[in-house]
Design a binder for this molecule. Structure first.
Ligand code: MC0
Length: 152
């Protein structure tokens, strides 16, 4: 049901500084960036093993844009670091329902908007061995659509 690691979410205080670290240290360039108001984050997606069929993986660098965002709360408690992992799936609705049926708390009744027009939901970290876990269904033609949303 889960087909790949879609991304690893990394929380940081200063997105521009963190992007520069990944660029100067590893050579990663920003593939896509956006502000997700609902989630209270500004994010940069750095693509790894890129293909144009939606099968790529990403590092997702996250900076909070509001003091009450979940990432701001997490940073205040833990400092910078790995915030969540995200699995790719062709059908987030079906997989979330199946996982909920196994007794794991799925945080949203309906998937919400994620990066590049994807649909996402989260599983509670306390039910997943301390790992905040996200399920992602990429938008059809996500890599074409992302161009409309890209800020840089
Ligand atoms: C909290 N906890 C975590 C955690 N966040 N454990 C592991 N990884 C995390 N990221 C733990 C806390 O340490 C605490 O444990 C317990 O969970 C309750 O946390 P809390 O600090 O009291 O916070 P709550 O309960 O208000 O919220 C936690 C919850 C929330 C997971 C429900 O963060 C949430 O709704 N997250 C999903 C949305 C999200 O994170 N969005 C940002 C990424 P103790 O032992 O101290 O009780 S947005 C994104 O990623 C989008 C843009 C995308 O991918 O496209």
């Amino acid at each position: 049901m889960l087909t790949r690691i879609d991304h690893i979410g990394i929380a940081c205080f200063d997105l521009d500084r963190t992007v520069e670290f990944y660029r100067s240290t590893y050579g990663f360039e920003v593939f896509h960036s956006e502000v997700n108001e609902e989630q209270g984050v500004r994010e940069a997606m750095l693509r790894i093993n890129g293909t144009d069929d939606g099968g790529a993986s990403y590092l997702q660098l996250l900076e909070p844009v509001r003091e009450d965002s979940t990432v701001a709360k997490w940073l205040a408690k833990n400092g910078e670091g790995v915030h969540h992992i995200a699995f790719g799936t062709a059908d987030v609705d079906a997989d979330a329902a199946e996982i909920r049926g196994k007794g794991v708390r799925v945080l949203y009744d309906e998937p919400r908007k994620g990066s590049m027009g994807s649909r996402i939901t989260f599983l509670h970290p306390k039910d997943c061995g301390g790992v905040l876990t996200e399920l992602v269904t990429a938008a059809t033609g996500a890599h074409a659509e992302h161009a409309e949303q890209t800020e840089h």
